[in-house]
Design a protein around this ligand. Structure first.
Ligand code: SF4
Length: 376
């Protein structure tokens, strides 16, 4: 059975997001690290590597697939109720100690992170997505920017089949990778983890590329939603939350901001779990900054009406939720409030078709996707 490292080294193709430097070195532009990579070495993400002066990147497999309600991404202002066919890859450009997807994201760094990739073609994945009833296809779970070329091959196929496409990302982008993705992407969720550069350096990144990415994505016209996992003692200082929400409101007060509850995971087990009152305090700061659509996540039923979408103008409830389930939907076919007529920012279907599921499920046995080990 091939090891994950062997798969990562064999299932590759020459990348497009790089330039050749002197002495057989290359510079990769798929994420904000912009690694200069010597011959024979991988980049920080461990899945892109330089062999003989050529940058090789992942191709032809996925770390896993899952059918999620789009609310789980979370996108609350994009096709509510839609099934989001979700695929992940391996590796990450950051190494967050609290990662909730560490089995795939840290597969090349942590010997405890064992996963079995599935061999897949864009056609197989899109056929499966359509067969499951998906309306949206999303690259998620690990950091999708580091596999941008392979993602685009799948996104192109998805768009040709009429699917909406999305990225769930840490936002550590570059102008090059965002321009490369732009024609093929509709939705982009950025995980804004902190507003303190020292915290980002603890996670293996920097704050500024993430802020630049958020502003650039919004300027490009993609639909952007932001998530902050609120971790007591790490990113919940009042001045940090004020800085973060002032920044988001300066990009657009219509960007939805999801503040979600942390629970002890992976290597970060010191902070207490986030309480409902912690989320409510952060939400209040977001509202004071001028953000119009703020949501509390991961504590279903314990945060009042902060899972619901309300009209910014007349405060009527437009979408009622419990966790990922849509309980009521009142947005008009043209995307407006039925009471006052205000256009609600987002991407709306002309009608709400209900939900195939409000819980994630695994489709791959039905899909005919096999682990690479099985296929050999
Ligand atoms: S994706 Fe990022 S971490 Fe990976 S090689 Fe490219 S610049 Fe480096």
């Amino acid at each position: 059975m091939p090891t994950v490292r062997e798969i990562v080294e064999e299932q590759v193709r020459e990348g497009e997001l790089y330039e050749k430097l002197d002495r057989n070195r290359v510079r990769c532009y798929a994420c904000g690290h912009c690694c200069p990579i010597p011959d024979g070495q991988p980049g920080v993400c461990k899945v892109r590597f330089n062999r003989g002066g050529t940058l090789y990147v992942p191709w032809g497999y996925v770390g896993g697939v899952q059918c999620d309600p789009i609310e789980k991404k979370p996108f609350f202002h994009a096709y509510p109720g839609a099934l989001a066919y979700s695929f992940g890859m391996l590796g990450c450009d950051l190494h967050c100690a609290y990662c909730q997807n560490w089995v795939t994201s840290q597969a090349l760094r942590d010997p405890n992170a064992i996963s079995q990739p599935l061999e897949a073609s864009p056609e197989e994945l899109v056929r499966d997505a359509l067969g499951q009833g998906a309306r949206v296809l999303v690259s998620t779970y690990n950091e999708p920017l580091i596999t941008a070329e392979w993602a685009v091959a799948i996104l192109k196929e998805a768009k040709a089949a009429g699917l909406i496409t999305g990225f769930v990302s840490n936002g550590n982008g570059t102008p090059q990778v965002l321009e490369y993705l732009r024609p093929w992407l509709d939705l982009y969720k950025v995980d804004l983890k902190s507003f303190d550069d020292r915290h980002y350096r603890q996670l293996g990144g920097r704050l500024q590329p993430i802020l630049d990415t958020i502003r650039r994505l919004h300027g490009m016209g993609l639909w952007v939603e932001i998530v902050t996992l609120l971790i007591p003692g790490f990113n919940d200082r009042e001045d940090e939350l004020r800085g973060m929400t002032d920044f988001l409101a300066s990009v657009s007060p219509d960007i939805p901001w999801h503040v979600t509850a942390y629970h002890k995971d992976y290597k970060m087990t010191d902070p207490d779990n986030t309480r409902p009152e912690d989320l409510l305090r952060a939400i209040e700061i977001g509202k004071q900054a001028g953000l119009r659509y703020v949501y509390a996540g991961n504590l279903a039923g314990r945060v009042g009406n902060l899972e619901d979408t309300r009209c910014h103008n007349c405060a009527t409830t437009l979408i009622k939720r419990y966790s990922y389930a849509i309980k009521d939907y009142r947005i008009t076919p043209d995307g407006s409030c039925p009471d006052c007529g205000l256009a609600v920012p987002g991407r709306w279907a002309s009608k709400f078709d209900g939900q195939i599921t409000s819980r994630p499920f695994l489709p791959h046995r039905a899909a005919g996707l096999f682990t690479i080990a099985d296929r050999r």
